[in-house]
Design a protein around this ligand. Structure first.
Ligand SMILES: Nc1ncnc2c1ncn2[C@@H]1O[C@H](COP(=O)(O)OP(=O)(O)OP(=O)(O)O)[C@@H](O)[C@H]1O
Ligand SMILES: [Mg+2]
Length: 330
């Protein structure tokens, strides 16, 4: 599927790749394009080191979806991991004293084995987990957006992020089991000490709902009618190796990938200096390799984007990038 059709038809698009190759620029440029083609678009940066606001040339208050002035249908959001830690804590904080209705009574009681296990359970990579929680909100709940574009963090972080549905679901599954055991155990102890009925507690239900949302998100992320991952790379040997690894991992996680953007290509002009000529030659050699591996062998569409003289920032430049990224046929 061409990027144009993806932007016009799918519900989610993720841009990912090695650090500094142009993920944010491609994501922002695509978001402007889809908004201007009538789709109500939300672009979310899941990279804790945000640069989406800088790329769009606007101030984005952390964690707040912000409509972009002057571009109808476009909203941008830089997720705020810090603000969300408290939300996640609320789900895992189970106070044994409260469970028994005996807060304050047995302050120095040694921890039960279960409690120790419970408190030692921390999500793998808290910032990815929190970013994922935020994303769940935009995948698994009703919202007004036709398309959600994700500007992801460099490869390692994003891979851990994409494997989170499995890890988190396992983690929450374990919490649910322990929550049931603890509930039973403390319920029995509580009955020994008091006649009072146990107050309503919906934390199990919350955990189960969260688990379902994670499993559904996993299904949506792997559904080629809903989601596509666009790999961004530069024509250099190290980027080829890393892209190969990224692609393998995405295939392993069943994330649909149909396009690879080769960014920052030196153009063939007679004005090139000796240095630039040498770089262009190196890039052209690597481009042949890239075509051989990714286009011919793996049947991915390749999108070639030139190196611009200026930095790609703000509306006009992002629009210009869009002409190469989306409008030109390859
Ligand atoms: N084709 C291009 N021509 C010229 N400059 C470019 C091009 N693509 C990206 N840039 C510039 O390169 C820098 C990095 O781009 P960008 O922020 O989009 O990369 P990134 O992959 O998102 O980086 P990070 O891994 O840090 O998130 C920016 O200053 C951007 O303006
Ligand atoms: Mg970026």
């Amino acid at each position: 599927m061409q990027l144009k059709d993806i932007l016009l038809n799918l519900r989610m698009v993720m841009f990912g790749g090695k650090g500094g190759v142009g993920k944010t620029s491609c994501a922002a440029s695509s978001a402007i394009w889809s908004a201007e083609h009538g789709r109500n678009t939300l672009i979310i940066s899941t990279d804790p080191a945000h640069s989406l606001g800088d790329s769009l040339g606007v101030d984005l208050p952390p964690g707040v979806p912000t409509p972009i002035e002057g571009i109808e249908n476009l909203t941008a959001l830089e997720i705020n991991p810090k603000a969300n830690i408290s939300e996640l804590k609320g789900l895992t904080n189970i106070n044994p004293m409260e469970e028994m209705g005996m807060s304050g009574l047995m302050e120095n009681m040694p921890l039960f084995g279960d409690m120790e296990e419970l408190t030692s359970l921390t999500p793998p990579g808290i910032d990815e987990a929190l970013a994922f929680g935020k994303i769940l909100e935009f995948i698994e709940t009703e919202h007004e957006y036709d398309l959600v574009i994700f500007d992801t963090a460099p490869t390692g972080h994003t891979l851990r992020f994409l494997s989170l549905p499995e890890t988190l679901s396992g983690w929450i599954g374990k919490l649910i089991k322990m929550r049931i055991r603890i509930g039973k155990m403390f319920g029995a102890v509580k009955r020994l000490f008091s006649r009072e009925e146990k107050k309503d507690d919906n934390s199990l239900e919350v955990l189960e709902r969260l688990n379902n949302a994670i499993l559904n998100a996993r299904e949506d992320l792997t559904n080629p009618i809903k989601n596509s991952f666009i790999i961004v790379m530069i024509p250099e040997e190290m980027a080829i190796t890393e892209t190969g690894r990224l692609l393998n991992e995405l295939i392993k996680h069943k994330i649909p990938v149909s396009n690879i953007v080769v960014n920052q290509l030196y153009q063939d002009t007679t004005e090139l200096c000796v240095f630039c000529k040498a770089r262009r030659e190196m890039q052209q050699k690597n481009l042949v390799k890239i075509k051989d591996i990714f286009m011919e062998k793996l049947k991915k569409n390749l999108i070639e984007v030139p190196l611009f003289k200026e930095e790609i920032r703000e509306y006009n430049k992002l629009k210009e990038m869009g002409e190469y990224l989306i409008d030109k046929t390859h």
